[in-house]
Design a protein around this ligand. Structure first.
Ligand code: GDP
Ligand code: ZN
Length: 458
């Protein structure tokens, strides 16, 4: 991408291409009002009107032809989205008038904006912190009301505030610790030592609380990929259908007939659940079926969560046991299906087979236990309790928060062992991870990554 020379006039269509009520063209940068005035004819030039007020007029090309009847507005710095001198043209909806007006603005010296460039300028001018900028994208991408609420909180600056608060506390603790490092080891006042430990405990607690809220936001934003596994005929397709409450997968009494993966998305407590039926993973001589099996394996590897479906009406088979063994150590839930039939496999037997794993008893046929199963899917991935107070966060932010938590944990252990230098080093790591979150001094590549995901005109 070409280097950004902030301040030059950028322009873009801010609404989607195609027919609509209105199409909004957006400009930002020093001199954009003067540029607009060369295209816009109103009762008075925009530069002589009050900012932030809509004006009626026409867009006229250099030959004097009317391109469109528009509403125009200018925003005076710093009270605009970007913090720069900005403006908007509201054209009649439809690709052609908007395109003609945009072409005119470009011919008059504006440059077509890069993806996310308006928001990037807003960030550069201090209108948004980095987590707010990242939240803009979460707002746009939200797929449920709950996700939108979590993104809205981040957009208001709550995540940035929380990150800065943690960084401030970590910095205070580090300063406190540095001061103690000047004492000879045996002379550190016990009271100080206690204070320090308590301070670190409280910081760890706050970090963990925030992590929980962010985990909720992550789930709301990214959803969960769930792979349904189990030997043929245990009811995977039926369960998928029941969870979706619509006939998406083909239910059949013949084993091994679902060759292709069947995938669908449903939303539970605002969390998108991407359910994939990885039909009958076993060896096959049929090349087409073998291909399907390969894909199923890959899906299974990439899933966030596996749900092992078991037929409760039939004794466990060797195939069941092999599958259970291959799933050990993965993020797993057991769905004990067909509980409407006389019991041949108990919950206790399954718990013994996969220790520490939650077992949900369901009947796909009668629609029993499905809500509890979906609750568990969200809970296993960390959306414990309620998702209220969730804060939207990106994967990048989550990784940094995880690093912070780990560094604080190591610092606490070091402090317990009175290893002061080690504790100071870990605290330093936590602070650098937090600094990456508050967006102090972000690198160009980080900004490219964050804003590259936006569309042009945002
Ligand atoms: P898959 O091969 O694992 O996808 O299994 P299917 O979903 O195709 O189901 C196999 C058979 O089990 C079908 O005849 C279903 O009607 C039946 N089945 C599925 N779930 C239940 C259930 O909860 N109770 C009972 N009684 N039968 C079920
Ligand atoms: Zn099936």
């Amino acid at each position: 991408a070409p280097a950004l020379s902030s301040g030059d006039v950028i322009a873009a269509l801010a609404t989607p291409w195609g027919e609509g009520g209105i199409a909004v063209l957006r400009l930002s940068g020093d001199g954009c009002t003067a540029l607009l005035d060369r295209a816009f004819r109103g009762r008075v030039p925009l530069s002589r009107t009050e900012p932030w007020r809509m004006r009626h007029g026409h867009v006229i090309d250099p030959e004097g032809e009317i391109l469109d009847e528009v509403l125009a507005v200018r925003f005076a710095a710093p009270k605009s989205y970007t913090g720069e001198e900005s403006g908007e043209l509201h054209c009649h909806g439809g690709a052609l008038p908007a395109q003609a007006c945009l072409d005119l603005l470009l011919s008059l010296g504006a440059r077509l904006a890069q993806p996310g460039e308006f928001t990037r300028r807003a960030f550069a001018n201090g209108r948004l912190d980095l987590s707010q900028a990242e939240a803009v994208l979460s707002v746009i991408r939200s797929r449920s009301r709950e996700a939108l609420t979590a993104a809205g909180r981040a957009l208001q600056g709550r995540t940035g505030e929380a990150f800065r608060d943690l960084l401030g506390r970590a910095t205070d603790l580090a300063a406190h610790l540095e001061a103690l490092l000047d004492f000879p080891e045996e002379e550190i006042p016990p009271l100080e030592e206690g204070d320090l430990r308590a301070g670190l405990r409280s910081l760890k607690g706050r970090t963990e609380d925030l992590r929980q809220r962010c985990l909720g936001g992550m789930l709301l934003r990214e959803g969960i990929r769930v792979g349904l596994v189990g030997r043929p005929n245990v009811g995977k397709s039926s369960l998928l259908n029941a969870l979706l409450q619509e006939a998406r997968a083909i239910v059949t009494p013949l084993p091994g007939t679902t060759r292709d993966l069947v995938e669908a998305v449903t939303t539970h407590r605002g969390v998108p659940l991407r359910l994939v039926d990885t039909a009958g993973i076993r060896s096959s001589a049929d090349p087409l079926e073998a291909l399907g099996i390969q894909r199923a394996r890959r899906t299974l590897e990439e899933a966030d969560l596996r749900v092992w479906v078991v037929d409760a009406g039939e004794p466990l088979t060797e195939e069941d046991r092999e599958l259970a063994a291959s799933l050990r150590g993965k993020t797993l839930l057991v769905a004990r299906n067909k509980t409407d039939l006389p019991e041949a496999v108990s919950e206790a037997a399954l718990k013994a087979l996969v220790p520490g794993c939650a077992v949900c008893s369901v009947s796909a046929l009668e629609g029993v236990g499905l809500e509890a199963l979906k609750d568990r899917m969200v809970e296993v991935l960390g959306g414990s309790g309620t998702l209220e107070g969730a804060l939207s966060i990106t994967r990048r932010q989550m990784e940094a928060l995880d690093r912070t938590g780990e560094a604080l944990q190591t610092a606490a252990s070091a402090l317990e062992a009175s290893e002061w230098d080690a504790a100071a080093a870990c605290l330093g790591e936590a602070r650098s991870a937090l600094a990456g979150l508050t967006g102090q001094d972000p690198g160009e590549d980080l900004l490219d990554r964050v804003f590259g995901e936006f569309c042009i005109g945002k």
